[in-house]
Every structure is written in structure tokens, then in C-alpha cells.
Design a protein around this ligand. Structure first.
Ligand code: NAD
Length: 246
């Protein structure tokens, strides 16, 4: 196995931390890119990743030029950027009738704009080195829609179009682009759901439980593997059977 350099956006969040640990455990150097965090949050991430080759770098993924500077810094410090996991995401839920422009724009900019911002800057280096893995974290909401999430579902569905199009552009260059669509996973994002909605949702999962961040991290590491080079433009749902399609 080759030791690769991986960037995980939203890397110190619920899923991000598990993804960083899984990729570092697979032998890669991992950079967790996330908004500037207070000491307590940084310390808790450092504890969770102790002993692993994981580094934190502050970044606002919705800022195009900051993403350019970030990619150059990673390439200068580590010799390249091989695996890009676009995981940063936010929710600003509201029915459309009550949604204001700022809720729409924030979710589109962070959840979808960021994927352009980082991929645009990382792709040339991947192409020059003849290897790359871009993995976009979407959501079951981007496949089914979800009440109160026109903004979030639009951004997450948009990721699939981006994924398939970029996959076609770079497949012949040793670069694969795929997405992973989590269902309901135990993280701060889902702990913030109203308790009645949360328990109803969990009861509807065929596997019979809420997902663990490690369930998603396994899927990401699988797609990131050198040996996964024949999977291109695919979406891997990891949702306990909540939604099935082909
Ligand atoms: P989380 O809130 O724990 O983590 C999200 C991380 O993104 C946070 O660390 C946050 O600081 C970071 N972030 C937010 N805005 C940012 C910005 N502008 N620049 C850089 N970083 C930023 O949430 P999570 O549950 O770990 O979600 C991770 C991804 O998985 C998201 O894209 C989310 O939409 C997706 N997802 C989660 C679930 C779930 O059930 N938890 C389900 C489907 C999809």
C-alpha cells in the first residue's frame, strides 16, 4: 500500500474525526481542515487522534481563494494532495415558506460550493502525479429529499451531478471521484434533531439502529484505497437500508 496525503474537510466534526482516524489507520498522512476551533475542541480532536499522523489546519471551505492557498500549503508541506474528502457540511433547516436567503446561501456555499473550491485547486496536482481520490460526502436527503431541507437536499443532490461529471473528466488520469451518502449517523448534527423526530427516524431504519461514524469512515477508506481504481462516478449509500435504489 502507498502512503498517501489525505485532506478531510470538516475533519474535526463527528464524521470527519472518524474518517481522519480510519485513513490514518490505513497508513496515510491526514490533514483535518476545519473552521478555526477553540482550545477545548482542538484538544478533544488531538486526544481522539493521538499517536496517528493527523494534523489540523484551519480553513473556511466556502472561501475560494483560501482553499487555493490551503491546497498550495498542503502540497508544499507534504509533497502533494492525493485524497480529498469533501465532508464539511451544515444544516439551516426550514420549510421553504420560512426560509430566508441567508439560510439558502450558507448551505449551498458550504455544502456544494466548497466541493468546487477544493477540487478545482487540487485536481491539477492529482493529474500531474497520475493519482487521485475525490470523495464527496452527500446524504440520503440528496436522494429522497427531506421535509424542511430544500437547501440541504439541493446541495447534496448537486454533489452527485458534480461527482459524475468530474469523474468523467479525470477517470483516464488515475483519479476517481465518488460520493458516499450517509443515512442517519450518531453525530452532533443528528443529536440536534428533536427527540420525537430522531426516534421515529431510527425506528424506520431496516438495520434497526442509527449508524456509527465508523460505518461511514469504512466506506470512505474503501473508496480511497489504491485498489479501488475501477470505481468511478459512483454513489455508495451507507444508510442501514433506509433508502434503496439502483
Ligand atoms: P458535524 O457538524 O459534526 O461536522 C461538520 C464539520 O464541518 C464541523 O466540524 C464544522 O466545523 C465543519 N464546517 C462547517 N462549516 C465549515 C466551513 N465553512 N469550513 C470548514 N469546515 C466547516 O456534522 P457531521 O454529522 O459529522 O457531518 C459531516 C458530513 O456528513 C456533512 O457534510 C453532513 O451533511 C453529512 N451527513 C451527515 C449525516 C449525519 O447523520 N450525521 C447524514 C448525512 C450526511
Amino acid at each position: 500500500m502507498s502512503k498517501r496525503v489525505a485532506v478531510v474537510t470538516g475533519g474535526i466534526g463527528g464524521l470527519g474525526t472518524a474518517i481522519c482516524k480510519q485513513l490514518a489507520g490505513a497508513g496515510h498522512t491526514v490533514i483535518a481542515a476545519d473552521l478555526p476551533a477553540d482550545d477545548a475542541r482542538r484538544a478533544s480532536f488531538a486526544d481522539a487522534t493521538a499517536g496517528l499522523d493527523v494534523h489540523f489546519m484551519p480553513l473556511d471551505v466556502s472561501d475560494f481563494s483560501a482553499c487555493g492557498a490551503f491546497v498550495r500549503d498542503v502540497q508544499d508541506a507534504h509533497g502533494g494532495l492525493d485524497i480529498l474528502v469533501n465532508n464539511a457540511g451544515i444544516t439551516r433547516d426550514s420549510t421553504l415558506r420560512k426560509m430566508d436567503e441567508s439560510q439558502w446561501e450558507a448551505v449551498i456555499d458550504v455544502n456544494l460550493g466548497s466541493v468546487f473550491n477544493l477540487s478545482r485547486h487540487a485536481i491539477d496536482g492529482m493529474q500531474a502525479r497520475g493519482f487521485g481520490r475525490v470523495i464527496n460526502i452527500s446524504s440520503v436527503s440528496g436522494q429522497t429529499g427531506n421535509f424542511g431541507q430544500t437547501n440541504y437536499a439541493a446541495a447534496k443532490a448537486g454533489l452527485h451531478g458534480f461527482t459524475m461529471s468530474l469523474a468523467r473528466e479525470v477517470a483516464a488520469k488515475g483519479i476517481t471521484v465518488n460520493s458516499v451518502s450517509p443515512g442517519y449517523i450518531e453525530t452532533p448534527m443528528t443529536r440536534a434533531m428533536p427527540e420525537d423526530v430522531r426516534s421515529r427516524t431510527i425506528a424506520s431504519v431496516p438495520v434497526g439502529r442509527i449508524g456509527a461514524p465508523e460505518d461511514i469512515a469504512r466506506a470512505v477508506a474503501f473508496l480511497a484505497d489504491d485498489a479501488s481504481g475501477y470505481i468511478a462516478g459512483a454513489n455508495l449509500p451507507v444508510n442501514g437500508g433506509l433508502f434503496m435504489s439502483f
